[in-house]
Write a protein that binds this ligand. Structure first.
Ligand code: HEM
Length: 443
């Protein structure tokens, strides 16, 4: 079975295939693909990668035929670096651990995390002064790390771990994709020294917190780590300390940059659309007033949800990777086992047939009547199927509480003459810099 029947994406050059195009502007390549077809072939040097670009082929790979796929080549490289948490685990380990961990994201648990989030958001809002210029991307990145860490570890034990994670995690996240994509022969190169040092230190610090929490009666606590330590499967067995560490690490990797980048973009777009911002502020006034934002407020703030959904459509996870474990047919094309498949969320979420004028920020696209006009699988920013994000509700709750706390107090405005450049060096199309000035809100 060969892949040559699958149309090849434009712009390949002899020998190198699509590498020059991908190096020049990966986001432009990914978004142009939907116009060329629902299933395409990219050549990265000699390696063919099949790309799914349409709502239906993405759905086939992630959900309908999901059992015929594993996570793929890049995760085999990531696993030794970050461990075997949910994001990288495969087969029975993935199924068992996902079942064990899922209850930690149930509604009643989220209510507890909401309190921590609301306190953290208040602290952030108090930390700014009138006229201060901030790099929103950097601020949100630090804030998301601190907030997730504060829900993962109880404050009495985990204080030091939060400090260390705040220092090491950005270094790891910044270099992870490059480290995983580099050939194995480069593993011993000194360029990774800082990455390896940070990864080792973070592992050590998390191990220490696990030991201390285990010794402190985790059944009596409600932080995420204690819940992980108390979780039992149907045979009564729990997770080992190593498994718990890998799951904590995975959540820090999966849940910080993603949430931070979405928050930064949401604030940026609102600053550029004062009319939309006014609607959001009216809603916050009505629902929250001057008190701290609570768990119960979150579903009452749908206009913030729409702003976040739209920010994520425009700047979310760019692509997902899979590899076939058996022959499978996608979009009418036969793929043999061991085929690398890329799911281009960037192409799907900027497809003009689904989202007219796709680069325009328009939260109204998420009004129920507009959503009803698109096919069911039109948006999968949190993935779909058996590997769907565990933290989607957690992250939307955190982002909603943060926006509803900050916006009534501060007016964030883009510093004139600056723009937020996007880079795709990690999973998200996140900004590199986002300078904004904060002014006290006059209402
Ligand atoms: C805006 C925020 C977020 C976005 C856009 C996002 C996106 C995603 C996506 C697209 C996947 C699927 C990956 C794949 O199929 O290969 C995923 C998986 C995952 N996410 Fe998130 N995520 C976010 C926040 C979070 C948070 C806050 C947490 C945890 C606290 C989290 C934990 C996870 C985990 C554990 C997985 C792996 C699930 C599995 O493979 O079974 N995510 N996320």
């Amino acid at each position: 079975m060969s892949l040559t029947a699958i149309p090849r994406a434009k712009g390949a050059v002899p020998g190198l295939g699509h590498i020059p195009r991908l190096l020049r502007d990966p986001l432009a390549v990914l978004r142009s693909l939907h116009a060329e077809g629902p299933v395409l072939r990219l050549n990265v040097g000699p390696m063919p990668i099949v790309v799914a670009t349409s709502a239906s082929t993405v759905h086939e790979v992630l959900v309908k035929q999901g059992k015929a796929f594993r996570k793929g080549r890049i995760f085999d490289r990531v696993r030794p670096l970050v461990g075997n948490g949910l994001g990288t685990a495969e087969g029975p380990t993935h199924i068992r651990n996902r079942r064990l961990i899922q209850p930690m994201f149930y509604k009643e648990r989220l209510a507890g995390y909401a309190e921590v989030m609301s306190e953290r958001a208040e602290t952030l809002a108090r930390s700014w002064s009138a006229g201060q210029q901030i790099d929103v991307n950097q601020v949100m990145s630090r804030y998301a790390i601190e907030t997730l860490s504060a829900t993962l570890f109880s404050t009495d034990i985990g204080g030091q771990a939060v400090e260390s994670v705040r220092e090491d995690l950005p270094i790891i996240l910044k270099n992870m994709l490059r480290r995983a994509l580099a050939p194995k022969v480069m593993d011993s190169w000194p360029i990774w020294r800082q990455f390896d040092k940070s990864a080792a230190r973070m592992r050590r610090v998390i191990d220490e917190v696990i030991t201390q929490t285990r010794a402190s009666d985790p059944e009596a606590r409600t932080d995420l780590l204690s819940l992980l330590l108390s979780a039992r499967d149907e045979t009564g067995a729990g997770l080992t300390d190593e498994e718990v560490r890998d799951e904590l690490t995975t959540m820090l990797f999966a849940g910080t940059e993603t949430t931070a980048s979405t928050l930064a973009w949401a604030l940026h777009h609102l600053a550029e659309h004062p009319d939309i911002e006014r609607g959001v502020l009216d809603e916050i006034d009505k629902v929250v007033g001057n008190r701290p934002v609570t768990f119960a407020d979150v579903p009452q703030l749908p206009s913030i949800t729409r702003v976040l959904d739209e920010a994520l459509r425009l700047h979310g996870v760019v692509s997902l990777m899979r590899r076939t474990t058996e022959p499978v047919t996608i979009g009418g094309y036969a793929l043999p086992a061991e085929t690398e498949v890329l799911i281009s969320l960037y192409a799907l979420h900027r497809n003009p047939e689904l989202y007219p004028d796709p680069d325009r920020f328009d939260p109204d696209r998420w009004l129920p009547e507009q959503v009803a006009q698109r096919p069911r699988e039109h948006a999968v920013p949190f993935g779909a199927g058996n590997r769907k994000c565990m933290g989607d509700k957690f992250s939307w709750m955190e982002a909603t509480i943060t926006m509803a706390t900050i916006l009534p107090r501060w007016e964030l405005r883009v510093v004139p003459g600056t723009k937020a450049p996007t880079e795709a060096k990690s999973s998200m199309a996140h900004p590199t810099r986002m300078p904004m000035t904060v002014y006290p809100r006059q209402r």
